[in-house]
Design a protein around this ligand. Structure first.
Ligand code: GAR
Length: 188
């Protein structure tokens, strides 16, 4: 049985969707959710599914404490599912090609520092883009620049607000993220 560890910072709809997807799987399960924000809704979502939550502070992410906790679990895949801090190079080095992220846009557009959540959708709306989408990619030491694993576009010509764009992107995330993880785990 393969082990997936999730990192999340906020609402946790992606984290919960992944937990549900693998709940009865014979291939993999979610071993823990690592959370950097004590007020994040993802904590309750994980607990509802009896998945262990590990809460940490910025210092612990960068001083080896989080890495030590991960090493106890020995995950096959580390998934950043709405995780908004820079991910430390020490963990990427220890788990090469095993850390992936989802970004709510078609990278390399709308990536980089400050480009997360609604900021992305507002910028997409502002620029009157005809399409947006999701990118799932390996994580390296630069924000949103690791090798792409999967992209899916959606037409947004009918969207008048950033919320409408967010809804379409959310639908793509819910549909594709667990599938892409499953494929990666299978080929690993
Ligand atoms: C998701 O849309 C995810 O793609 C995005 O944050 C949202 C988290 O929602 N991630 C980023 O912007 C990373 N740069 P969730 O907490 O409900 O899963």
């Amino acid at each position: 049985m393969k082990k997936i560890v999730l990192f999340a910072s906020g609402n946790g709809t992606n984290a919960e969707n992944i937990i549900k997807h693998f709940k009865d799987s014979s291939l993999a399960n979610v071993a823990a959710v690592f959370v950097n924000n004590p007020r994040a809704k993802v904590i309750q979502r994980a607990k509802n599914h009896k998945v262990e939550v590990f809460l940490f502070e910025k210092e612990q992410l960068n001083n080896g404490f989080v890495l030590d906790e991960l090493n106890k679990i020995q995950p096959d895949l580390i998934v950043l599912a709405g995780f908004l801090w820079m991910f430390p190079i020490s963990i990427i080095k220890k788990y090469p090609n095993q850390v992936i992220n989802i970004h709510p846009a078609l990278l390399p557009k709308y990536g980089g520092k400050g480009m997360y959540g609604m900021n992305v959708h507002e910028a997409v709306l502002e620029n009157k883009e005809r399409e947006t989408g999701i990118t799932i990619h390996f994580v390296n030491e630069h924000y949103d620049e690791g090798e792409f694993i999967f992209q899916q576009a959606t037409n947004i010509e009918d969207c008048k607000t950033a919320d409408e764009i967010a809804k379409k992107v959310h639908e793509l995330e819910q549909k594709y993220f667990p599938q892409v993880i499953e494929k990666l785990i299978t080929n690993h």
